[in-house]
Design a protein around this ligand. Structure first.
Ligand code: FAD
Length: 288
């Protein structure tokens, strides 16, 4: 089922997984996806070479398994940096063969040796998909604190507006730790005539090192309240991870209470994170 239809019907709840590396990657991914599907999410998204991992070969196979074997909608990511139109056509054909009708159209991060070929920006990919593969439901990325490369706030909203005009059906946000940033972003989108549904993406921090890496990679700011939680957790890795899950659940509850269009949990292939988020969302009545 198309994600746009789900978003039109209700506030959604979803998870993200990434194709694992190493031996038996498909079996491992299937195991993780099965655990996530037990919570009956509206969809599970599958990343494409996220973080420059180069791990994209299994995205379609995993998404196909989620649709076909787990009876759950799948959202397959695709990045266009370095891709040709023929590459995109071949990817879309493999999605159709796997029974996947939802795609998240992304540019991908800049990396040495990967130059622009047919698509410079995500909006170019979205326009191409809309014109040539119009039946797909197309999602796009957004950034409550602005994209790290954006020279100005105005430019950031301008490029989002282009995604909408190119034919995106909805937006999924980058992670953020301060809900006020998301609420401000939501209001400003409306002022910039961006009317697409916006799904809020939440990733629990798991350690001091991991949150530093995330802040550096995607430009998310770390509020003092998060620093305090980490200080209270001290050097104990388990206490740090627990603090992260608790904080993320509080964020999710607050977003749910503030009329968010959808909640997307970056569950990082950890079924325990998905279970904690689903329990919190059930307790506050966001999901049944
Ligand atoms: P774009 O929309 O092209 O934006 C990139 C930059 O270019 C921005 O600064 C934007 O303001 C600017 N820009 C856009 N259009 C124009 C224009 N016409 N003129 C001038 N400037 C313009 N990465 C992966 O590799 N794999 C994944 O699976 C993946 N999944 C993600 C999922 C989500 C929900 C999010 C938020 C990000 C994900 N990423 C993933 C990371 C993403 O690829 C990076 O953030 C990337 O740097 C930008 O992607 P984009 O689609 O937003 O690009």
């Amino acid at each position: 089922m198309k994600i746009s239809d789900k978003l039109a019907a209700r506030q959604t709840f979803s998870f993200e997984i990434f194709p694992p590396k190493g031996d038996l990657p498909l079996e491992k991914a299937y195991e993780v996806a099965s655990s996530l599907a037990e919570h009956r999410p509206d969809w599970i998204s599958v990343t494409y070479s996220a973080g420059g991992s180069g791990n994209s070969e299994n995205t379609v196979a995993i998404a196909g398994d989620i649709e076909g074997k787990l009876d759950t909608s799948a959202l397959a990511h695709l990045t266009c940096m370095g891709a040709t139109a023929a590459d995109v056509d071949a990817y879309v054909a493999s999605l159709a063969a796997a029974g996947v009708e939802n795609i998240l159209a992304l540019r991908g991060d800049r990396r040495p040796g990967r130059d622009v070929v047919d698509f410079a920006h995500a909006s170019d990919l979205i326009a191409y998909l809309r014109q040539n593969h119009g039946d797909l439901c197309i999602g796009a990325a957004c950034y409550p604190e602005g994209h790290v490369e954006s020279p100005s706030e105005d430019e950031s909203y301008q490029s989002l507006y282009l995604k909408q005009e190119a034919g995106a059906d909805y937006l999924v946000s980058q992670l953020f730790f301060n809900n006020e940033d998301f609420y401000r972003f939501r209001e400003k989108c409306l002022r910039h005539r961006i009317k697409l549904p916006i799904v809020a993406g939440i990733m629990p921090f798991t350690s001091v090192k991991q949150i530093q890496r995330m802040a550096f990679n995607c430009g998310a700011s770390i509020p003092v309240k998060v620093v305090k939680r980490l200080v209270q957790a001290g050097d104990d890795p388990e206490a740090q991870a627990q603090a992260g899950i608790e904080y993320a659940c509080e964020q999710l509850e607050d977003l749910a209470a503030n009329g968010v269009d959808g909640l997307h949990v970056y569950s990082m292939n950890k079924p325990s994170i998905a279970a904690a988020a689903a329990t919190a969302m059930r307790a506050c009545g966001y999901i049944a």
